[in-house]
Design a protein around this ligand. Structure first.
Ligand SMILES: [Zn+2]
Length: 354
């Protein structure tokens, strides 16, 4: 009798240890969130259909959808869309890291930083633009780019690479934020060649005065190199990291109703996806999530002629369709299903165990 009770108790003990270990093991140390701005399912498929080989995004393991409406509009913009991902609340169009009442709300990047993780932002547009800005700044309007730039100094983000140099240097308040960044031990890189040379420490990379060129205008592998550089620096933090990478100009191709612009930017973004997936394969402790804030252009594919997608558009603006979420690596299964855009924040927070 006594022996069987002892046996049950020890079995319970072992089971609880196993459960605890499994729970711990299911948690990724690192999260890479890749946002293709304006990238609906048609934009992704335009890239796939016009490519001669399979794309990296096709390696995704779990797929879900998010409902992306803003708090004040059926059609979201990138600011409300990114704030839903970054801070977990649906808010009004134009809002950067603030809720419906314009109150600052902590972002996943800020929470990760508080917990001792490394953090980074990479974009193919000005780093103060709506999507990257919403992960680090708190302003009631996306147009307040100088205020958004100043908010970068309120954090200890380890790496940020994008355009928007001018918003840090040519300012109404006369401050030169690059001097302030240097005082905070940032290494300043003024070109992609300089970015590539930085192997550790803190990095602020400025690749344009305002916006980087399109792929078709010779941007080259800036996004891939920036992503590689950021991963290489961030992975040195033993506690883990959070990195957001934006393929910013897929959206601009949609606004321009320019199919080839969309395809070029999609294929460029896919290279960063491949880098993130390869990192997750090697590391074994990384979750990769790929999604968009919204679709742009009401883009559709009406045919394929000589390997070229025949695109049609319903608008020069954003649309309100559900947006696919592609997940890979540790904890990826949490991203199947249909949920709200702001659930992505809560899923990431839970995955980190915060
Ligand atoms: Zn847009």
């Amino acid at each position: 009798m006594k022996k069987s009770v002892q046996l049950i108790i020890s079995l319970l003990f072992v089971t609880s240890i196993v459960c605890f270990a499994q729970k711990k093991n299911a948690q990724p140390k690192n999260i890479i969130l890749l946002i293709g701005d304006g990238m609906g399912a048609s934009q992704v498929y335009a890239g796939i259909a016009s490519s001669k080989s399979t794309l990296n995004i096709e390696r995704s393991q779990f797929i879900g959808f998010h409902k992306n409406q803003a708090s004040d509009s059926f059609i979201t913009d990138s600011a409300a869309g990114a704030t839903a991902f970054s801070a977990g609340e649906k808010t009004f169009n134009g809002a950067i890291g603030v809720d419906k009442d314009k109150k600052s709300i902590p972002t996943i990047l800020e929470i990760a930083e508080q917990k001792g993780l490394a953090t980074g932002l990479v974009a193919t547009c000005s780093i103060t633009h709506a999507t990257p800005g919403s992960f680090i700044a708190h302003q009631p309007s996306r147009g307040m780019v100088e205020e958004i730039a100043a908010d970068f100094l309120n954090t200890d983000v380890d790496v940020f690479i994008g355009g928007g140099r001018k918003h840090f240097t040519e300012r109404k308040d006369g401050r030169n934020l690059i001097d302030d960044l240097k005082a905070k031990n940032y290494q300043i890189a003024q070109s992609i060649e300089e970015v590539e040379k930085i192997k550790s420490g803190k990095l602020a990379g400025f690749l344009a005065d305002v916006e980087q060129p399109k792929m078709s205008e010779g941007r080259g592998d800036q996004l891939l190199i920036s992503t590689k550089t950021a991963l290489n620096i961030l992975k040195q933090n033993k506690k883990g990291f959070f990195l957001m990478v934006e393929g910013s100009q897929i959206d601009w191709g949609g606004h321009a109703n320019d199919t080839q612009y969309i395809v070029n930017e999609m294929l460029d973004f896919d290279k960063a996806i491949g880098e993130a997936f390869d990192f997750a394969d090697k590391d074994g402790n990384t979750l990769v999530i790929i999604t968009a804030d919204h679709e742009t252009g009401g883009f559709s594919i009406n045919g394929l002629k000589d390997g070229q997608v025949e695109g049609k558009f319903t608008t020069k603006s954003h649309t309100g369709v559900m947006i696919p979420v592609y997940a890979y690596g540790k904890g990826a299964e949490q991203f199947s299903g249909i949920y709200f855009n702001n659930d992505i924040f809560h899923k990431m927070k839970k995955a980190f165990g915060f």
